[in-house]
Write a protein that binds this ligand. Structure first.
Ligand code: SAM
Length: 369
């Protein structure tokens, strides 16, 4: 196992640390989950910044876990590294004896270890067997998908997971090629895709095989089903004041994240009631305004960050959430009163501009993009 530390720069590291700090820096032993441990760049920084925090690191890739274990050896007395898919988090926490957590990070997608490995087939730029499993101990490979799926299923995978406009043409080319012989190499597949895409379209949008490879990787690893199950389960495990940060790298991941958070930050009670009914209030507030994008400096230093979208949220104290609604309702009534003849005007005693809960925080923001 080689030294890989220098090859991977954790994406949006400072922003992730800043967002997690209020949750992990609280008094006493706090618990942080790195749901996508990878080469443990984020995890190492969290452990360094928070000497009282216990880390639970998950990865479905045994090779990544081995690298992470070596890198985090000096923190051995406060880490648990687990070979698991992140939707298994509740079972992992039960097994380790933790009822709740204070922080969780999802840094989705593949690691540089996986992308750069000459034998794993994730990269269209180098020839390798068509594997693409993040967990090489189980599951079907990309070779099986490419050589066994019927045309409509292949086309659907490419269209939905790759957002590939030429999904039907690429699927037809794959079926034709497979009649001549089994497709076993990533270079052959990349070439087939290139040939299927009309020449003018090849000149835009990066490498022509990029979307097909993304689609196959998502299908092989059942990535979206795992994420859809994992996000609500992770949110349920956060303590009050606990925080979740998600880094997505394509629109499908970001959409699932946005939906999971939207479900928690809105009130489910009647809009015109001055107080929140028990159990109907928002349980989280957003910490990010829409999806946060990387700055130019970050992308220049780390090209992998180019497509990242960050979303983050914090679990609310249910009583504070109820109080927040009462404050907002009081504010709305004052504004309404101001606009009625004979009542206050801006600057008078009825001026609501300094009222707490006035919507200036990100918890009041719209969903953004
Ligand atoms: C982008 S890398 C994480 C990099 C890491 N933040 C770092 O600083 O080194 C994503 C990692 O998540 C793992 N992964 C992806 N999907 C997973 C899932 N559903 N369950 C567990 N691990 C997963 C991959 O195997 C990969 O190692």
């Amino acid at each position: 196992m080689g030294e890989l530390r220098g090859t991977h720069v954790p994406v949006l590291l400072e922003r992730c640390l800043e967002l997690l700090a209020p949750a992990l820096g609280r008094n006493g032993r706090t618990v942080h989950v790195d749901a996508t441990l990878g080469l443990a760049g984020h995890a190492e920084a969290v452990l360094e910044a928070h000497p009282d925090t216990v880390l639970i690191g998950l990865d479905r890739d045994t090779e990544a876990l081995a690298h992470a274990r070596a890198r985090l050896a000096r923190f051995a007395d406060r880490i648990h590294l687990e070979h698991a898919v992140y939707d298994e988090l509740p079972e992992v926490l039960d097994r380790l004896g933790y009822r709740a957590i204070d922080g969780i990070l999802f840094d989705l997608g593949v690691s540089s270890l996986q992308l750069d490995a000459p034998d794993r087939g994730f990269a269209y730029a180098q020839d390798a067997p068509l594997d693409m499993r993040m967990d090489q101990t189980r599951g079907v490979t990309a070779e099986e998908v490419v050589n066994t799926y019927a045309h409509p299923d292949l086309a659907r995978v490419l269209r939905v997971y790759g957002e590939e406009k030429f999904a039907g043409r690429i699927a037809s080319a794959i079926i034709r090629e497979r009649e001549r012989g089994r497709i076993t190499s990533s270079a052959r597949l990349a070439e087939l895709v290139r040939e299927s895409i009309p020449a003018p379209a090849r000149r835009t949008g990066g490498h022509p095989a990029k979307r097909t490879f993304q689609a196959l990787r998502i299908e092989v690893n059942k990535e979206l089903a795992a994420l859809e199950a994992a996000l609500p389960a992770a949110l349920d495990k956060l303590n009050v004041g606990g925080r979740m940060v998600v880094l997505s790298y394509h629109s499908l991941e970001d959409r699932l994240t946005k939906q999971a958070l939207a479900d928690r930050v809105r009130s489910k009670g009647p809009v015109d009631l001055p107080v929140e009914l028990p159990g109907s209030g928002p349980t989280f507030r957003l910490l990010s305004r829409g999806a946060e994008l990387p700055g130019e400096a970050e992308v220049a230093a780390n090209p992998r960050a180019a497509s990242v979208r960050l979303r983050a949220a914090e679990r609310l104290d249910p009583e504070a959430a109820r109080q927040g609604r009462t404050d907002r309702e009081r504010y709305r009534r004052r504004v309404k009163a101001m606009h009625q003849p004979g009542t206050g005007s801006p600057g008078s005693a009825a001026d609501p501009r300094s009222t707490p809960g006035d919507g200036s925080g990100t918890d009041e923001e719209g969903e953004g993009t």
